[in-house]
Ligand binder design. Sequence first.
Ligand code: HSE
Length: 416
Amino acid sequence: MKVAVMGYGVVGSGVVEVLQTNNKEIVKRSGQESVDIKYILDLRDFPGDPNEDKFIKDFSLIENDKEISVVVETMGGLKPAFDFVMACLKSGKSVVTSNKELVAAKGYELLEAAKENNVNFLFEASVGGGIPVIRPMSQCLAANKIEAVAGILNGTTNFILTKMVDDNMDFAEALKLAQENGYAERNPAADVEGMDACRKICILASLAYEHHVYPDGIYTEGITNVTLEDVAYAENWGGVIKLIGATEPVEDGDKIAVYVRPCFVSSHSQLANVNDVFNAVLVRGDALGDSVFYGKGAGKLPTASAVVADVIDCARHLEKRKLFGWGPAKENFVADTMELPISAYIRFTSSDAQGAKDALTEKFGGVQELKRENQPENEKAFVVCAGSEKSLREELESLSNKGDFKLLSLMKIADF
Ligand code: HSE
């Protein structure tokens, strides 16, 4: 079987390395006589690379080569990845990708194209890097109704948060280290502002609830506003701050909640001790209960591990397409986050902190006060439960309009 790899960056070069280093085992497990890389498509030159003879710059060579059965897309981004992947599927080639942006934005279209052409479109590496989660959700948990999916889905931000908490490292230094290790996106704003995690939770939500969930309009908040003061209050509350992407059915199952935001996570949660570049995805099934998938969510060889497993799966299903995927998007399927109930940590400064506490208590019932070392007198932190996030934000807005009340932080308390 002949394979083409499009994009020879961190992940693509890892795929080539794993496919060649473990070739004997891969061939045996694929059911094919051989699994060889015929082309590597990249616009850059790689003089001296052991695969120098395989590099091409012209995509049509792959598209028109009948010998190529499986194409690996590790270019990233939508352009030209979408056109290339679509063309491969239409020319009867299975495609494997690690490109979460592509799957989150175009997954349904590409899955339909794969179906029409009786080939496979697989993307295990698009969520959780090397952690098996797409296949377990679509196969091993297929008997369950999914009651929730919640995860630490971005290695870069988890690495940064861990360095900030454990090593007192500043944000910029930790980000630089993540980039040097090949974890961060080309534009790390996608990591630190939550977009990358948003794409991943959209893929998991699409898989769990069977309608394509697009990232546009999903409540997405990154970690750029998380401070060491928030970390201290989280510790006093009994947990840690993690960037969580989550989805669950709401409103009697007619809609789903989907969000990415920094959350207080209890130290008893299975997600609390997921540190460094590790990712974890907790899937709550009605029959199984909670299961947690944990491992390296980014990096060259961990991601290549998942891509190559998909190549092997394609090799095993060259004649008969796997039943896999989801349906089209459904209008109004994703609930407005602001309309949903919330337990939240809030931190503010006010010279009338007692007045603010009384107003919050009157409106929302009991509040839990949190403390930290070196807490300034005018700073207060509470945990508040509100019938909707909108009502909480409106109350905080009305307090802001009175006196010198200033909201500094608002984070969801996760219940996973
Ligand atoms: N930038 C991503 C991360 C890479 O840090 O998790 C893996 O998707």
